[in-house]
Design a protein around this ligand. Sequence first.
Ligand SMILES: Cc1cc2nc3c(=O)[nH]c(=O)nc-3n(C[C@H](O)[C@H](O)[C@H](O)COP(=O)(O)OP(=O)(O)OC[C@H]3O[C@@H](n4cnc5c(N)ncnc54)[C@H](O)[C@@H]3O)c2cc1C
Length: 269
Amino acid sequence: MLPAEEAQMVSEHILKHGIDLRLESEISEILDDGNGSVSGVVTKSGEHIKCNFVGLTVGVSPNIQFLKESGIEINRGILVDEFLRTNIPDVFAIGDCAEIRKPAVGRKPIEAVWYTGRTMGQFVAHTVCGKPTAYDPGLWFNSAKFFDIEYQVYGEILATRPEQTQTFYWQHPELEKSIRIDFKKDTKQVIGFNLMGIRFRQEVCHHWIKNGTTINEVMQNLALANFDPEFYEEYEEQIVNTYNKEYGEQVKHQGKRKLSLVNRLLSKI
Ligand SMILES: Cc1cc2nc3c(=O)[nH]c(=O)nc-3n(C[C@H](O)[C@H](O)[C@H](O)COP(=O)(O)OP(=O)(O)OC[C@H]3O[C@@H](n4cnc5c(N)ncnc54)[C@H](O)[C@@H]3O)c2cc1C
């Protein structure tokens, strides 16, 4: 799911936490100890791993079987239209259990992440309060934590980059911190941010992507996006220097993040 560099960082982090992570490996069999309990697993490569507990986490399935006889149309999730309405008047579905009949281009019918649930809630609130408003998923956003590494993604960051997309990637030489900015090859407009161990402001990234801001302009104002807590080390200078070196640019970044500047930008959004 992640681009190779970030995937590597997360994998190493997981290993450091004492987890024996096996990539490209699948379980083919769970072994019984003869008393109805598990004694081990066998992988597809034939390896036998002893264990007394198996946890399986293979995606999310909404728990909606209780609706089977209700007349509400279901598939994998509860089927809803663009207003998040089910087939029964005045019954709506949002969040993990909702399956959009016609999702927006590039989006999935079921998006089991909290931000999607929240956004759907905002839209359905308008509709149930008398202002029917079609659901617009907006820019993709997700955040998570892999042990100690905080992860955020805004916009479009694909593990396999399309031809027309370029990427800028900076990684801290020692710490588990990185930023990636994908942008269009022709216009240089930014389309996505991937942050590991560094927090960026959602409003600022959203504004940059929505407004087709160029990578040079983003680099110049990078400090505006930084949302790390006070007294955290700032890396904008190193990031912009790396960008200039890699892309033969001479962008001058605007110095330390200034709250007044951030507020001015946020007030325009
Ligand atoms: C381990 C884990 C890690 C996750 N990490 C992330 C993450 O890092 N980032 C992210 O964006 N998302 C993450 N998610 C997903 C995120 O938690 C969900 O997308 C979000 O909570 C969905 O909200 P929801 O309100 O749709 O559903 P839920 O939060 O599941 O709420 C549904 C509620 O309905 C109740 N309920 C169910 N059936 C009935 C019934 N018959 N009658 C009455 N009540 C019922 C349930 O008890 C529950 O309280 C994670 C989820 C899990 C499980």
